[in-house]
Ligand binder design. Structure first.
Ligand code: CAA
Length: 287
Protein backbone atom coordinates (compact mmCIF):
# COMPACT_ATOMS: atom_id res chain seq x y z
CA UNK A 1 0.00 0.00 0.00
CA UNK A 2 1.28 3.46 -0.82
CA UNK A 3 1.88 6.16 1.74
CA UNK A 4 -0.85 8.70 2.25
CA UNK A 5 -0.30 12.45 2.51
CA UNK A 6 -3.02 15.01 3.14
CA UNK A 7 -2.98 18.36 1.40
CA UNK A 8 -5.19 21.19 2.64
CA UNK A 9 -6.07 24.00 0.24
CA UNK A 10 -7.01 24.04 -3.41
CA UNK A 11 -5.52 27.29 -4.69
CA UNK A 12 -2.54 27.49 -7.05
CA UNK A 13 -0.06 26.02 -4.57
CA UNK A 14 -2.45 23.35 -3.25
CA UNK A 15 -3.08 22.20 -6.83
CA UNK A 16 0.65 22.10 -7.62
CA UNK A 17 1.58 20.27 -4.41
CA UNK A 18 -1.21 17.69 -4.78
CA UNK A 19 -0.10 17.16 -8.39
CA UNK A 20 3.55 16.46 -7.60
CA UNK A 21 2.61 14.09 -4.77
CA UNK A 22 0.22 11.94 -6.84
CA UNK A 23 2.67 11.99 -9.75
CA UNK A 24 5.33 10.67 -7.34
CA UNK A 25 3.21 7.72 -6.20
CA UNK A 26 1.71 9.10 -2.97
CA UNK A 27 -1.94 8.62 -2.16
CA UNK A 28 -3.32 12.09 -1.52
CA UNK A 29 -6.30 13.07 0.61
CA UNK A 30 -7.06 16.57 -0.59
CA UNK A 31 -9.12 18.74 1.71
CA UNK A 32 -11.06 21.72 0.37
CA UNK A 33 -13.06 24.40 2.12
CA UNK A 34 -16.38 23.46 0.50
CA UNK A 35 -17.92 21.71 -2.52
CA UNK A 36 -17.16 24.66 -4.83
CA UNK A 37 -13.49 24.77 -3.91
CA UNK A 38 -13.24 21.00 -4.46
CA UNK A 39 -14.75 21.37 -7.93
CA UNK A 40 -12.39 24.24 -8.79
CA UNK A 41 -9.43 22.30 -7.37
CA UNK A 42 -10.22 19.24 -9.47
CA UNK A 43 -10.56 21.36 -12.61
CA UNK A 44 -7.24 23.03 -11.76
CA UNK A 45 -5.33 19.79 -11.23
CA UNK A 46 -6.81 18.30 -14.39
CA UNK A 47 -5.61 21.30 -16.44
CA UNK A 48 -2.19 21.22 -14.78
CA UNK A 49 -1.75 17.47 -15.35
CA UNK A 50 -2.65 17.94 -19.03
CA UNK A 51 -0.05 20.72 -19.21
CA UNK A 52 2.55 18.32 -17.79
CA UNK A 53 1.59 15.68 -20.42
CA UNK A 54 1.76 18.29 -23.20
CA UNK A 55 5.21 19.30 -22.03
CA UNK A 56 6.38 15.65 -22.12
CA UNK A 57 6.84 15.51 -18.34
CA UNK A 58 4.49 12.51 -18.04
CA UNK A 59 2.63 10.05 -20.25
CA UNK A 60 -1.18 9.84 -20.57
CA UNK A 61 -1.01 6.51 -18.69
CA UNK A 62 0.98 8.08 -15.83
CA UNK A 63 -1.59 10.88 -15.66
CA UNK A 64 -4.42 8.34 -15.36
CA UNK A 65 -2.50 6.42 -12.66
CA UNK A 66 -1.81 9.67 -10.79
CA UNK A 67 -5.48 10.68 -10.86
CA UNK A 68 -6.30 7.31 -9.28
CA UNK A 69 -4.18 8.29 -6.25
CA UNK A 70 -6.29 11.36 -5.47
CA UNK A 71 -9.27 11.56 -3.10
CA UNK A 72 -11.01 14.75 -2.09
CA UNK A 73 -12.92 15.71 1.02
CA UNK A 74 -14.27 18.67 2.96
CA UNK A 75 -14.08 16.83 6.33
CA UNK A 76 -11.01 17.11 8.57
CA UNK A 77 -11.57 13.63 10.01
CA UNK A 78 -10.61 12.19 6.58
CA UNK A 79 -7.00 13.34 6.98
CA UNK A 80 -6.44 10.87 9.83
CA UNK A 81 -3.76 8.23 9.24
CA UNK A 82 -1.56 10.39 6.99
CA UNK A 83 2.26 10.30 6.99
CA UNK A 84 2.22 14.07 6.60
CA UNK A 85 -0.24 16.92 6.36
CA UNK A 86 0.71 19.83 4.10
CA UNK A 87 -1.33 22.99 4.59
CA UNK A 88 -1.45 25.32 1.58
CA UNK A 89 -4.40 27.62 2.26
CA UNK A 90 -4.45 31.36 1.67
CA UNK A 91 -1.65 33.53 2.98
CA UNK A 92 -3.37 34.84 6.11
CA UNK A 93 -2.16 34.21 9.66
CA UNK A 94 -5.72 33.91 11.01
CA UNK A 95 -6.91 31.52 8.30
CA UNK A 96 -3.79 29.37 8.56
CA UNK A 97 -3.99 29.19 12.37
CA UNK A 98 -7.63 28.17 12.15
CA UNK A 99 -6.91 25.45 9.57
CA UNK A 100 -3.82 24.17 11.44
CA UNK A 101 -5.82 23.93 14.70
CA UNK A 102 -8.52 21.88 12.97
CA UNK A 103 -5.91 19.67 11.27
CA UNK A 104 -4.04 19.16 14.55
CA UNK A 105 -7.10 17.49 16.09
CA UNK A 106 -6.78 14.72 13.47
CA UNK A 107 -2.98 14.68 13.16
CA UNK A 108 -2.22 11.41 14.95
CA UNK A 109 1.51 10.79 14.37
CA UNK A 110 1.85 12.74 11.18
CA UNK A 111 4.26 15.56 10.44
CA UNK A 112 2.48 18.82 9.78
CA UNK A 113 3.86 21.38 7.35
CA UNK A 114 2.73 24.78 6.15
CA UNK A 115 3.42 26.16 2.69
CA UNK A 116 3.85 29.87 3.26
CA UNK A 117 6.04 32.38 1.49
CA UNK A 118 6.49 34.82 4.34
CA UNK A 119 4.46 34.07 7.48
CA UNK A 120 6.52 33.21 10.57
CA UNK A 121 6.59 29.46 11.13
CA UNK A 122 7.16 30.06 14.85
CA UNK A 123 3.98 32.13 15.00
CA UNK A 124 1.95 29.47 13.19
CA UNK A 125 3.39 26.76 15.44
CA UNK A 126 1.32 28.28 18.30
CA UNK A 127 -1.68 26.56 16.69
CA UNK A 128 -0.25 23.11 17.43
CA UNK A 129 -0.10 20.98 20.51
CA UNK A 130 3.24 19.40 19.53
CA UNK A 131 5.43 22.13 18.00
CA UNK A 132 8.12 19.54 17.31
CA UNK A 133 6.06 17.96 14.52
CA UNK A 134 5.71 21.27 12.66
CA UNK A 135 7.78 23.05 10.02
CA UNK A 136 7.50 25.07 6.82
CA UNK A 137 7.70 23.45 3.39
CA UNK A 138 7.98 26.37 1.01
CA UNK A 139 7.28 25.18 -2.53
CA UNK A 140 7.78 27.46 -5.53
CA UNK A 141 5.40 28.28 -8.35
CA UNK A 142 4.86 26.40 -10.64
CA UNK A 143 5.35 23.59 -8.13
CA UNK A 144 5.47 20.78 -10.74
CA UNK A 145 8.46 22.48 -12.41
CA UNK A 146 10.40 24.25 -9.66
CA UNK A 147 13.03 22.00 -8.08
CA UNK A 148 13.36 23.65 -4.67
CA UNK A 149 11.65 23.31 -1.31
CA UNK A 150 12.78 25.54 1.55
CA UNK A 151 12.44 23.46 4.73
CA UNK A 152 11.86 26.08 7.37
CA UNK A 153 12.55 24.89 10.90
CA UNK A 154 11.81 26.55 14.22
CA UNK A 155 13.72 26.00 17.44
CA UNK A 156 11.12 23.34 18.27
CA UNK A 157 11.07 21.36 15.00
CA UNK A 158 12.26 17.80 15.67
CA UNK A 159 14.91 16.09 13.57
CA UNK A 160 12.36 13.41 12.78
CA UNK A 161 9.84 15.91 11.39
CA UNK A 162 12.55 17.62 9.31
CA UNK A 163 13.78 14.24 8.03
CA UNK A 164 10.31 13.10 7.03
CA UNK A 165 9.57 16.36 5.22
CA UNK A 166 12.93 16.12 3.43
CA UNK A 167 12.22 12.53 2.33
CA UNK A 168 8.86 13.56 0.89
CA UNK A 169 10.40 16.51 -0.97
CA UNK A 170 13.19 14.27 -2.33
CA UNK A 171 10.71 11.56 -3.38
CA UNK A 172 8.96 14.26 -5.43
CA UNK A 173 12.25 15.11 -7.18
CA UNK A 174 12.85 18.30 -5.21
CA UNK A 175 15.99 19.49 -3.50
CA UNK A 176 15.20 20.50 0.07
CA UNK A 177 17.30 23.16 1.76
CA UNK A 178 17.11 23.75 5.51
CA UNK A 179 16.45 27.34 6.54
CA UNK A 180 15.97 28.71 10.05
CA UNK A 181 12.71 30.56 10.56
CA UNK A 182 13.36 34.18 9.52
CA UNK A 183 11.06 36.78 7.89
CA UNK A 184 10.83 35.83 4.19
CA UNK A 185 13.20 32.85 4.63
CA UNK A 186 15.94 32.98 1.94
CA UNK A 187 14.48 32.99 -1.59
CA UNK A 188 12.08 35.87 -1.12
CA UNK A 189 14.75 37.94 0.63
CA UNK A 190 16.72 37.71 -2.60
CA UNK A 191 13.74 37.94 -4.96
CA UNK A 192 11.79 40.95 -3.65
CA UNK A 193 14.67 43.49 -3.61
CA UNK A 194 15.53 42.37 -7.16
CA UNK A 195 11.96 42.88 -8.42
CA UNK A 196 11.66 46.20 -6.59
CA UNK A 197 15.03 47.44 -7.87
CA UNK A 198 13.83 46.71 -11.43
CA UNK A 199 10.63 48.72 -10.78
CA UNK A 200 12.67 51.66 -9.40
CA UNK A 201 14.96 51.60 -12.46
CA UNK A 202 11.85 51.67 -14.64
CA UNK A 203 10.40 54.58 -12.63
CA UNK A 204 13.72 56.41 -13.22
CA UNK A 205 13.36 55.71 -16.95
CA UNK A 206 16.78 54.05 -17.17
CA UNK A 207 15.42 51.58 -19.73
CA UNK A 208 12.06 50.27 -21.00
CA UNK A 209 10.47 47.34 -19.20
CA UNK A 210 11.02 45.04 -22.17
CA UNK A 211 14.68 46.05 -22.16
CA UNK A 212 15.09 45.38 -18.44
CA UNK A 213 13.45 41.96 -18.84
CA UNK A 214 15.72 41.14 -21.78
CA UNK A 215 18.78 42.16 -19.76
CA UNK A 216 17.80 39.80 -16.91
CA UNK A 217 17.01 36.93 -19.33
CA UNK A 218 20.08 37.22 -21.54
CA UNK A 219 22.56 38.89 -19.21
CA UNK A 220 21.76 37.00 -16.02
CA UNK A 221 20.27 33.84 -17.56
CA UNK A 222 17.01 34.19 -15.62
CA UNK A 223 14.13 32.25 -17.25
CA UNK A 224 11.91 35.32 -16.93
CA UNK A 225 12.74 39.00 -16.56
CA UNK A 226 11.71 40.77 -13.32
CA UNK A 227 8.49 42.26 -14.74
CA UNK A 228 7.44 39.00 -16.40
CA UNK A 229 8.12 37.24 -13.10
CA UNK A 230 6.32 39.84 -10.97
CA UNK A 231 3.27 39.53 -13.27
CA UNK A 232 3.53 35.73 -13.04
CA UNK A 233 3.66 35.73 -9.22
CA UNK A 234 0.99 38.46 -8.93
CA UNK A 235 1.78 42.03 -7.90
CA UNK A 236 -0.55 41.73 -4.90
CA UNK A 237 1.33 38.61 -3.77
CA UNK A 238 4.69 40.38 -4.19
CA UNK A 239 3.42 43.33 -2.15
CA UNK A 240 1.95 41.10 0.58
CA UNK A 241 5.26 39.23 0.89
CA UNK A 242 7.20 42.50 0.98
CA UNK A 243 4.83 44.06 3.55
CA UNK A 244 5.16 41.02 5.75
CA UNK A 245 8.99 41.15 5.63
CA UNK A 246 8.96 44.94 6.11
CA UNK A 247 6.66 44.69 9.15
CA UNK A 248 9.05 42.22 10.75
CA UNK A 249 12.37 43.86 9.81
CA UNK A 250 11.66 47.54 8.92
CA UNK A 251 14.19 46.98 6.14
CA UNK A 252 13.72 49.73 3.50
CA UNK A 253 14.46 47.31 0.64
CA UNK A 254 11.00 45.83 1.22
CA UNK A 255 9.10 49.13 0.84
CA UNK A 256 6.91 48.72 -2.23
CA UNK A 257 7.74 51.19 -5.04
CA UNK A 258 4.94 53.65 -5.91
CA UNK A 259 4.48 52.19 -9.41
CA UNK A 260 3.66 48.74 -8.00
CA UNK A 261 1.47 50.19 -5.23
CA UNK A 262 -0.49 52.03 -7.93
CA UNK A 263 -0.98 48.91 -10.04
CA UNK A 264 -2.16 46.90 -7.04
CA UNK A 265 -4.62 49.64 -6.06
CA UNK A 266 -5.93 49.68 -9.65
CA UNK A 267 -6.42 45.90 -9.65
CA UNK A 268 -3.67 45.39 -12.25
CA UNK A 269 -2.22 42.35 -10.54
CA UNK A 270 -0.45 40.63 -13.42
CA UNK A 271 -1.38 37.59 -15.48
CA UNK A 272 -4.34 36.60 -13.33
CA UNK A 273 -6.20 39.86 -14.01
CA UNK A 274 -5.03 40.17 -17.64
CA UNK A 275 -2.83 43.20 -16.91
CA UNK A 276 0.15 44.08 -14.76
CA UNK A 277 3.38 45.43 -16.19
CA UNK A 278 2.22 43.76 -19.42
CA UNK A 279 -1.16 43.10 -21.01
CA UNK A 280 -2.12 39.43 -21.47
CA UNK A 281 -4.43 37.74 -23.89
CA UNK A 282 -5.27 34.08 -23.19
CA UNK A 283 -2.22 33.76 -20.94
CA UNK A 284 0.17 35.17 -23.56
CA UNK A 285 2.07 38.40 -23.41
CA UNK A 286 0.43 41.01 -25.61
CA UNK A 287 1.34 44.44 -26.90
N1 CAA B 1 2.61 21.50 -14.79
C1 CAA B 1 1.77 22.51 -14.67
N2 CAA B 1 1.97 23.73 -15.20
C2 CAA B 1 3.12 23.95 -15.86
C3 CAA B 1 4.05 22.96 -16.02
C4 CAA B 1 3.77 21.69 -15.46
N3 CAA B 1 4.59 20.69 -15.57
N4 CAA B 1 5.10 23.46 -16.72
C5 CAA B 1 4.82 24.74 -16.99
N5 CAA B 1 3.63 25.05 -16.48
C6 CAA B 1 2.91 26.29 -16.66
C7 CAA B 1 3.60 27.58 -16.37
O1 CAA B 1 3.35 28.00 -15.06
C8 CAA B 1 2.86 28.52 -17.37
O2 CAA B 1 1.59 28.92 -16.81
P1 CAA B 1 0.39 29.60 -17.67
O3 CAA B 1 -0.24 28.53 -18.51
O4 CAA B 1 -0.54 30.10 -16.61
O5 CAA B 1 1.00 30.67 -18.51
C9 CAA B 1 2.56 27.66 -18.52
O6 CAA B 1 2.67 26.32 -18.05
C10 CAA B 1 3.34 27.91 -19.74
O7 CAA B 1 4.62 27.56 -19.61
P2 CAA B 1 5.52 27.80 -20.92
O8 CAA B 1 5.54 26.55 -21.69
O9 CAA B 1 5.04 29.04 -21.62
O10 CAA B 1 6.94 28.17 -20.40
P3 CAA B 1 8.08 27.20 -19.87
O11 CAA B 1 7.56 25.86 -19.57
O12 CAA B 1 9.23 27.33 -20.78
O13 CAA B 1 8.50 27.88 -18.50
C11 CAA B 1 8.26 28.60 -16.29
C12 CAA B 1 7.56 28.39 -17.63
C13 CAA B 1 8.54 27.27 -15.63
C14 CAA B 1 7.23 29.38 -15.47
C15 CAA B 1 9.63 29.38 -16.46
O14 CAA B 1 9.43 30.56 -17.18
C16 CAA B 1 10.26 29.72 -15.14
O15 CAA B 1 10.97 28.93 -14.54
N6 CAA B 1 10.04 30.97 -14.65
C17 CAA B 1 10.51 31.39 -13.33
C18 CAA B 1 9.52 30.91 -12.29
C19 CAA B 1 9.94 31.30 -10.91
O16 CAA B 1 10.92 31.98 -10.66
N7 CAA B 1 9.12 30.87 -9.95
C20 CAA B 1 9.32 31.24 -8.58
C21 CAA B 1 8.32 32.27 -8.25
S1 CAA B 1 8.57 32.86 -6.63
C22 CAA B 1 7.77 31.77 -5.67
O17 CAA B 1 7.10 30.84 -6.07
C23 CAA B 1 7.98 31.98 -4.23
C24 CAA B 1 6.89 32.64 -3.55
O18 CAA B 1 6.87 32.52 -2.33
C25 CAA B 1 5.87 33.46 -4.25
Amino acid sequence: MSTRISVIGMGTMGVGIAQILIASGYEVMWLGHNKNSVEAGLAGIDASLHKAVKKGMMTEQKMTDAKGMLSTTTEYKDIEGSEAIIEAVKESVDVKIDVLRSADRHRGHSVIATNTSSISITRLSEALEDKGAFLGMHFFNPAPVMKLVELVVTEHTSEEAEGRARSIANACGKTAVRVNDYPGFIANNILIPMLYEAAILLERNVAEKEGIDTIARLGLNHPMGPFELADFIGLDVCKEMADSIYDATKDERFKTPDSIKGMVAAGKLGRKTGEGFYIYKEGRQGA
